[in-house]
Design a protein around this ligand. Structure first.
Ligand code: NI
Length: 185
């Protein structure tokens, strides 16, 4: 197995809508395995194909109950509200309190072509919503309120500038006051 470099904020691949998967072949299965490895190494609890530069509607996840792979996922139903300190592997070291539905029903297919129909709540439901956003080219910064977003953009602009100037502060130097207890998705 191999690991991929995870694409980060500013990479245009993160802003494009990924395409439906029509056929599952050996290359796709290997990609899924390598994405799981990449997610564990990061570490994170979810990873979508665009985050490794592949414009296909597939994501992997593991919120503690073992790894899963979902193709062509969509949210069929959602309910409630849940606030969670949400981070993203493509925006490392930052996280924000984001409100989204507490429970979702996810439908899609697995690598064997079998239909998936899953009820999820809290962290798993958050993970599914976050990864499907990635497939649609949407990043968590677009789910922030105005003040959070201003703060986020200030930090991200400074990161881009630091990178341009060749400065390499550790990722903790960029951490906001947000609690580091959240997972990166
Ligand atoms: Ni993410």
């Amino acid at each position: 197995m191999a690991t991929y470099e995870i694409r980060t904020f500013g990479d245009p691949v993160l802003r494009q809508r990924a395409l439906d998967i029509e056929d599952v072949d050996g290359a796709l299965v290997r990609l899924a395995e390598d994405m799981i490895e990449t997610m564990y190494e990061a570490p994170g609890v979810g990873l979508a194909a665009p985050q490794v530069g592949v414009q296909r509607r597939m994501f992997v996840y593991d919120v503690g109950d073992g790894p899963g792979v979902v193709l062509n996922a969509r949210i069929a139903e959602s309910d409630g509200e849940w606030t969670y300190d949400e981070g993203c592997l493509s925006i490392p070291g930052l996280s924000w309190e984001v409100v989204r539905p507490r429970t979702v029903r996810l439908v899609g297919v697995d690598l064997d072509g079998k239909e998936i129909d899953l009820d999820a709540d809290e962290l798993l439901a958050r993970c599914f919503q976050h990864e499907i956003d990635h497939l649609d080219g949407v990043l968590v910064v677009e789910r922030l309120d105005e003040e959070q977003r201003r703060d986020a953009m200030r930090i991200l602009r400074r990161r881009a500038l630091d990178a341009e100037l060749g400065a390499a502060p550790g990722r903790d130097a960029w951490r906001t006051s947000a609690s580091p207890s959240g997972h990166e998705l």
